[in-house]
Each structure stands twice: as structure tokens, then as C-alpha cells.
Design a binder for this molecule. Structure first.
Ligand code: SF4
Length: 441
């Protein structure tokens, strides 16, 4: 049996550590001078005008620059970096990109090395069949590349369990396809759809950036750790299986990895993988992936422990897509601010595409167009409050919560855009969380 190689390295030094992990994986063996190379980092989200934690959320700019330098050494001059970044307001997209490229130092990569930067939401897509229930629209430039480099972060994910090489490819899709990925079909759900990326790129390299790792990702409401790990392989699934193991999972317990292994008729127990460098066991550490809820699954455990009553907010599911996930986090924060110790008025809040109302509630809030469409004619709802929009706006959220008698202080709405910055407190005075990893000097 031909084993695929996965390389594991402890990050020690700029350039040399990235060089080592690639060399050990024979990562550039199929790379030829003159190739068109496409790099996909993981810049999952961006919020303008606020300093928010990037550790474990976003691929480090350090690894990105090192990778570009190594490609130039190999005579590669046609390098494109592309990403589809989520923010609060899809209409703010252009400004968000400008800000992200500048603050992460990507404009320097452009000036210094001639790298092309692509806002994937504005670039052409091609409709192709990757085996999902629908055709997917994927960025054309990435598909046309001679060599594709995937640079995810070593993180867990509250829906997909891990977010590594395969999951990072979701950022190549247009928004309509991304929404379809969070399908309501239980057989062909998010996990099934992510798994079908497995045969998309033949000539590729995956470098998992674990300088910072993240629990309960994908964004800043998770907890980051400094682990200084780099993992690389020319086989994306093998990189992900090893990455999952390092994060403390049995790869077979990660649904999209188990399905992807089945698609490739491979075992998911690493028996067809050879590792080089550090031992997996030496790097392994358990990372939690989902947010704990009460036993009934209808209230976050923190709310439950603090005795919050008169409200049900059933746990998010895999049908909740990225924009509404951000809204979900903000709504929870708003409710926390609004609660003054007295019970709410027997309210239920529903999100995603498949949840059904609990009978007997006084008020049912349906969040997002999908949920509004799914339940707007439900006979069991006493008083229905629709927070429409795909995703809903700040104004729609405010109006909906007010109708339900959830009085969130005005200050919260005024500082709505600043909410991601609140997570910075967690990293204050911890020198291992170094912002320089996200700069290019
Ligand atoms: S309403 Fe929300 S969950 Fe539904 S497609 Fe729009 S953003 Fe996604």
C-alpha cells in the first residue's frame, strides 16, 4: 500500500519552520516553475474598526509570508491569494476587504512579491458537480490554478467538529452555495457536503497553521491556545485526519472526515498514513468543539446555571449558516444584557432551517428568512415575531426583541459592531498571544 505522508513540525522560527514542514511532506515535489499558484488562507471573518482576537481564528500572516517567500524561491511568480470573508453587513464587503488586506499585511505581499489578492465574493464562479445534491459555484481562479495551497487553522468548529483543509474550501464558494451547504436534508447535510470537497484538487498542498489553535471555533467566541504546530501534506484528507487526531478526536468521529474517507475508499484510522517529524501523541491536546447547553438543549448552560427562566433558545444546528451564526452569538449576548433576574414572558427563539416551535409558549421569535419561511404558518404559535432578513439586520433584531419584551439596553445596539472586540479581554496580559503574528513588517 502506498502511504501518504503527513509532516508535523513544532514552529520555532520564521521561514525555516514552514520550509521544514513542506520539505518533510515533499510538499513542493509537483510544483514547477511557471505554475499558477492559488493560496486559500482562513480569514473566516473580519470586523472593521474593532480590535478582535485573531489567534486561532485566522491563518497567521507569518505563515502566509513565509509560504510566499518559499514559492518565489522555487521560481513561482504567479501567486494569487483569495478568500471570501464574512462580516456583519454583506453590503460593507468592499471596505471590509480593504481593511483586512491592509491590517493583515497582505498589501505588503502584493507590493513586495507581486501577489494578486482576490475578494472571492466579487470574482467569477464556475458551476460544477462535486457530488452534492446540487451544483456548487466555486471560484474560477482557484479551479484554474496549476497548484492549490490550502492554509487552514488548526481549530475545532461548533458545527463541523473540526475546521481544517476540507472545511476551509467552503470559503471558495459563492454565498448562495454556502447557504445550500447548510442543508436541511438530514442525509445530505453540512457534513456530507463538506466531505465532497475531497477530490476537488489533485495538485495541492495543505498546510495546517497551528501556531495558535482554537476550541469551539470558528470565530472569536471560541478559546485560543498557543501550540506552535505546523502540519502539512499533499493529500488534504490525510492532513485533516492527522489534524483531527492532534485536536484530540478519533477521526472516524468527525462526520465529514468519515464520509470523505468512504468516498476515497480509505480507512479513517491513519493506517494508510506515514507521519514525518514530531510524533502525533507528543502534540495531541483535547480541544472542545461545541458550546454546552442544558439537558433539554434549549438554553446555553451559562444561562441555565444563572437561573434564567421564561425563555427557550434551542441549540443551534448544522443548518444555521455562517451569517446567521454570527447573529446567533450577538442575540445571545443581547439576551444576557437584557436579563435583570426576573423571568422572561415564556418566549422561544428559533434559528436555522428545521426547528419547530414548542407548544404553549406565549411568544415565538423566528430568526432569519429560513426560519420565518419554515414556520410562518405554524398553527401552534400563539404570538409570532418575525425577525426577517438573510441575514437579519441590526434594526430587525432590535424591533423583534422589543416586541417580545426583551429590553436590551440601547448601548448594546449602539456598540453592536464592536461586540467582537469584547472577546479581547480573555487574552489581556498574556504575552504568548502576540499580535505580530498577524502583521507583515
Ligand atoms: S436566513 Fe440565515 S440561515 Fe437562512 S440562508 Fe439566510 S443567513 Fe443562512
Amino acid at each position: 500500500m502506498n502511504k501518504s505522508i503527513v509532516s508535523l513540525v513544532k514552529y520555532e522560527k520564521s521561514l525555516e519552520s514552514v520550509r521544514k514542514v513542506i520539505d518533510q511532506a515533499k510538499g513542493f515535489e509537483k510544483l514547477k516553475p511557471g505554475f499558477k499558484v492559488f493560496i486559500k488562507p482562513n480569514i473566516v471573518c473580519w470586523f472593521r474598526g474593532v480590535e478582535f482576537p485573531k489567534w486561532g481564528v485566522i491563518t497567521t500572516s507569518r505563515v502566509m509570508e513565509d509560504l510566499v517567500v518559499l514559492l518565489k524561491e522555487r521560481g513561482i511568480n504567479d501567486i494569487t491569494i483569495g478568500e471570501g470573508i464574512i462580516s456583519f453587513d454583506p453590503k460593507d464587503n468592499e471596505a471590509v476587504y480593504k481593511d483586512a488586506w491592509e491590517k493583515l499585511g497582505y498589501l505588503k505581499l502584493q507590493e513586495r512579491y507581486g501577489v494578486k489578492l482576490i475578494n472571492l465574493f466579487e470574482a467569477p464562479y464556475k458551476k460544477i458537480d462535486i457530488g452534492c445534491d446540487f451544483l456548487v459555484e466555486i471560484n474560477e481562479e482557484a479551479l484554474k490554478s496549476d497548484f492549490f495551497i490550502d492554509v487552514p487553522v488548526l481549530k475545532t468548529h461548533a458545527q463541523a467538529r473540526v475546521s481544517l483543509g476540507l472545511k476551509n474550501l467552503k470559503g471558495l464558494l459563492n454565498m448562495a452555495t454556502r447557504k445550500k451547504f447548510h442543508s436541511a436534508n438530514p442525509e445530505k447535510d453540512l457534513h456530507y457536503n463538506i466531505a465532497h470537497f475531497v477530490n476537488l484538487f489533485k495538485n495541492c498542498l495543505t498546510i495546517i497553521d497551528g501556531i495558535y489553535t482554537l476550541e469551539r471555533g470558528p470565530t472569536m467566541d471560541g478559546s485560543s491556545h498557543r501550540h506552535d504546530i505546523l502540519i502539512a501534506s499533499t493529500d488534504m484528507l490525510s492532513a485533516d485526519l492527522v489534524g483531527a487526531k492532534v485536536l484530540g478526536f478519533e477521526p472516524a468521529d468527525v462526520p465529514h472526515l468519515a464520509i470523505a474517507a468512504k468516498i476515497q475508499k480509505r480507512p479513517s484510522d491513519l493506517s494508510d498514513i506515514e507521519t514525518n517529524g514530531e510524533k502525533i501523541e507528543a502534540l495531541m491536546s483535547h480541544h472542545e468543539w461545541d458550546f454546552p447547553y442544558n439537558e433539554a438543549g434549549d438554553l446555553p448552560i451559562q444561562f441555565h446555571k444563572h437561573g434564567m427562566k421564561g425563555i427557550k433558545y434551542p441549540k443551534y444546528d448544522s443548518t444555521l449558516c455562517s451569517y446567521c451564526s454570527v447573529i446567533n452569538g450577538i442575540l445571545l449576548m443581547g439576551i444576557k444584557f437584557a436579563w435583570d433576574g426576573r423571568p422572561f414572558d415564556n418566549i422561544e427563539i428559533l434559528t436555522g432551517k428545521i426547528k419547530k416551535p414548542t407548544p404553549g409558549m406565549n411568544k415565538t421569535i423566528l430568526v432569519g428568512q429560513c426560519m420565518c419561511n419554515a414556520n410562518k404558518n405554524h398553527p401552534g404559535i400563539k404570538e409570532m415575531i418575525l425577525i426577517k432578513g438573510c441575514p437579519p439586520s441590526k434594526e430587525a433584531i432590535k424591533e423583534g426583541l422589543e416586541k417580545a419584551g426583551i429590553d436590551v439596553p440601547d448601548m448594546f445596539y449602539k456598540n453592536f459592531d464592536k461586540a467582537p472586540g469584547m472577546a479581547m479581554v480573555r487574552y489581556k496580559d498574556k504575552p504568548e498571544f502576540d499580535p505580530k503574528f498577524y502583521e507583515i513588517v
